[in-house]
Structures are given as C-alpha cells and as structure tokens.
Design a protein around this ligand. Structure first.
Ligand SMILES: [Zn+2]
Length: 436
C-alpha cells in the first residue's frame, strides 16, 4: 500500500516535471510551487517537503562542509563514481554542481529499505529556493520555491520610552520599527522625540515559508500614530502599477515623504533647538542666538544628507570644525557642523539619506553632536517650524482612486481597539492568503 502510493506519486512527479521542463522551461518554478501548495492543503496530515511525501523516504539532512563536493557527498552516501558522473552530466543544465556553498543545507532522500539507496539530492541555496536532483529512475534536476504565505496582523501599542521598546515587549521584530521610523514616518514624525503616551496601530504582514518558517515582517499596509495628540495616518498605495512604485499617503492623500528628513542622524536626541533668544550662563547670560538644531549622538555616528543636492562647501573652519553644506534647490540649503570626518567633496551630488560624514566634536563644541543648520533663501531658519514641501503629490485623477482604496482599510484600522494590556501578542485574526 505504502509502495503503491509512493510509486504513483513519484511517477506523477516525474511526469509533471518532464512535461513542465519540456513545455515551460524555467517558468516551471511557479507551477511547481502551486502544485505543492495544493497537495499540502488536500493531503494535510501527510507531510510533504520539496514536493515529496517525506514519509516514503529515509531523510538525511546535512550542510555543505569545507572540502565537500557534490561527488564527495554522493560517494559518502554509497553512490559509485560512474553513476555520479552520469548524474552530474544529466543534471548539468539545471544544476551546476560546482556552485554548492559551504554552510548551505542539503537533504538526501533515501529508499526506505535496508540498502537506503539515495534517490534524490536537494540543495537549498536560501530559505525559499531549492534545487532537486532526482535520480530515482531517469536523472533530471529542477529548481523550485517553497510555498510562501503572508499573514496579515495588527499590533497596537502605547509609547513608554521608545517604539522599539514597546514593540520588543510584544515580541515583534525590530524590522517593523525600522520600517515605520525609516520608511513610512521618517519625514513626518521624529521617532527620537516620541512622547510618553503616544499610541499607534499598525496593520502589517508577516512572511512564512512552507507554513512554518518565520521569515520576518514583510510589509506595512497601514498605520496610525497619535503623536502629540495629533493623528498621523499612513496607507500604502501603488501609484504606478507598471513600475511598481509604492508610497505612503495620509488620510487626505498627502504624501508622507517630504523633501527633507526630520533629522540628519538616527537615534539621536535634540540637545539644543533653534533659538534666537538663547542666553548662555558661561557668557554671563549674554544673548547667543542658536541658529541651528543640535542632535547629540556618539562620535562616529553617520550623518545623512536630509535631502538630495550638490555639496557646495566641505572644509574645516575654526568655529564650525569639519562641516559640509549642501544646496538642494534655489530656495534651500542645509549645513552640518562639528563632524569628526567629512565624506563628500565640493561639487558632489548626494541623495537624501546618503552618508556625508560622521558625528564628532571638531570646532567650537562641548560634546559630540551635529549642529544642523537649515537655510531658506540665504537665511537660517528653524526647519521644525517650516511647512516643508511634499515629495511627489498624488495626482487629482489618482486621488479619487486612492480615497476609495483606503476607505475600508481606514475603517479596519479605526476599529482596532488600543489594548491597554502591555504584554499582549499581535492579533492574528485577519486574512490569510497565499502567494507563489
Ligand atoms: Zn548648534
């Protein structure tokens, strides 16, 4: 019975694989993964892996070690050299045996008898992909992907000290914090200055390989932040389906990206704000206006250009120390002082987020920080009080589509209650869907 089943399944696979290779060439990947997913669903209690009913074999798992080769591995599993040569030759179009990498896992499926004859060699270059070299009857090889599943989840939280601490307490990957802080809200909320009591809700997707292997946070679909008692919505929206351009917009279709980043350094704190009326005790409380914003951070912390532009100054001066100035357009320039080291030269074009130097304490400064100066029409202003331009506003025709698109998502987001219980795990009651 066992034998019949396995024989039927195996011959079905051989046939499928041969047909697919003949007809589809490398597109065979997708078909195979759907096939596998369906089988998994229908024949649930039986365990399938790599498209094989794993119970039918003795499964030997190992990783490629230093000094290993495909031939050596097979030889250790009692396959003779003439057959190894035959396998390598027959499989060479689909599987280059010289590409085995040290540390990558492989699986050998052996016959379930006293001989334990190897039937298949499966190599996994990464978590998702695998290559099967099948030598049960005729020899052939193909690559495929494990079925991937995305599970939508929601999480809510209240800030006590920082968002990373709040999410960490809920056992959520720091990747989610990074996506929120660096991608979605980098321009609109300064995550270094979240207030105690700020609260958030996030709808995101987690990725799973083969139903079981957690492969991290995949994507953020929508988020809501209540920061300083103001709402900040973010919805993911594809503005160009051909080029796959995805951006985040708020509930009024405003782009969340701004022409300028909120801060030139990550995970810093503002040690001194722009203040024209600053008086300093050291100077006998004399008026010492501060026309910059100081971000305190450890020496060596990378300093980023807050917007794209051309470097107009990169030099050392007594008071400023090592500093860089960038012209962004006819209106705006930014300047970064007291660097330990500069990374860019005059005339160089830098993109928003590019590292232009490192935090130091050169020039006239008491501690390591970057003094960030924001110039508008040749005068220094406070960037936190400027209504800075949006990046790529949504077009009028797309706006209608966008508002219709986010309506149900916003309702979903709004209906998620804030949980007051600190240690609650994320809700997993949402939609589950399969991709290939
Ligand atoms: Zn300063």
């Amino acid at each position: 019975m066992n034998f019949t089943n396995s024989a039927r399944l195996n011959s079905k696979h051989v046939l499928l694989a041969i047909i697919s290779i003949l007809i589809f060439g490398c597109k065979e990947k997708e078909n195979e993964s759907i096939e596998t997913a369906e089988e998994m669903a229908v024949l649930e209690p039986e365990v399938y892996e790599f498209g094989f009913k794993i119970d039918d074999f003795i499964v030997k798992r190992d990783t490629v070690r230093k000094g290993d080769s495909f031939g050596k591995i097979l030889e250790q599993n009692r396959i003779g050299y003439p057959q190894i040569y035959e396998i390598v030759t027959a499989a060479k179009d689909s599987f280059d045996v010289t590409r085995l990498q040290i540390g990558k896992p492989y699986t050998i499926l052996c016959s379930k008898d006293s001989l334990q004859t190897p039937r298949c060699f499966i190599y996994q270059p990464n978590l998702e992909e695998y290559t099967v070299v099948n030598f049960q009857d005729s020899i052939y090889a193909y690559s495929s992907r494990k079925p991937i599943k995305y599970v939508e989840k929601t999480v809510t939280g209240v800030i006590n000290s920082s968002i990373s601490v709040t999410l960490d307490e809920k056992g959520i990957s720091p990747v989610l914090t990074n996506k929120l802080a660096d991608n979605i809200y980098a321009w609109t909320i300064d995550f270094n200055r979240l207030q105690k009591g700020d609260r958030f809700k996030v709808i995101y997707t987690d990725k799973y390989i083969d139903d079981t292997i957690y492969a991290g946070v995949h994507d953020v679909k929508a988020a809501y932040f209540n920061h300083n008692s103001k709402p900040f919505y973010a919805f993911q929206f594809e503005t160009d389906s051909e080029k796959h351009i995805i951006d985040y917009f708020d509930d009024e279709a405003k782009n969340l990206r701004r022409a300028f980043l909120k801060a030139p350094v990550q995970f810093s704190r503002i040690s001194s704000r722009y203040n024209l009326k600053r008086r300093i005790a050291y100077y006998g409380y004399a008026l010492r206006p501060h026309k910059g914003t100081d971000f305190a951070a450890a020496v060596g912390t990378p300093i980023m250009a807050t917007a794209s532009g051309v470097v107009t100054e990169s030099r050392y001066s007594g008071g400023n120390g090592n500093y860089v100035k960038i012209r962004h357009n006819a209106t705006y320039e930014t300047q970064y002082l007291h660097m330990q080291k500069r990374k860019v030269k005059v005339g160089q074009f830098v993109k928003q987020g590019d590292v232009i130097g490192w935090v130091g304490m050169t020039g006239n400064t008491g501690g390591p920080h970057v003094c960030y100066r924001f110039w508008k029409n040749g005068r220094q202003v406070d960037p936190f009080r400027e209504e800075l331009p949006q990046a790529e506003p949504i077009s009028d025709s797309l706006k209608v589509k966008y508002l219709a698109f986010i309506k149900p998502i916003k309702e979903q987001l709004d209906s998620v209650p804030f949980d007051e219980i600190e240690d609650e795990a994320p809700n997993e009651n949402m939609i589950t869907y399969n991709y290939n």
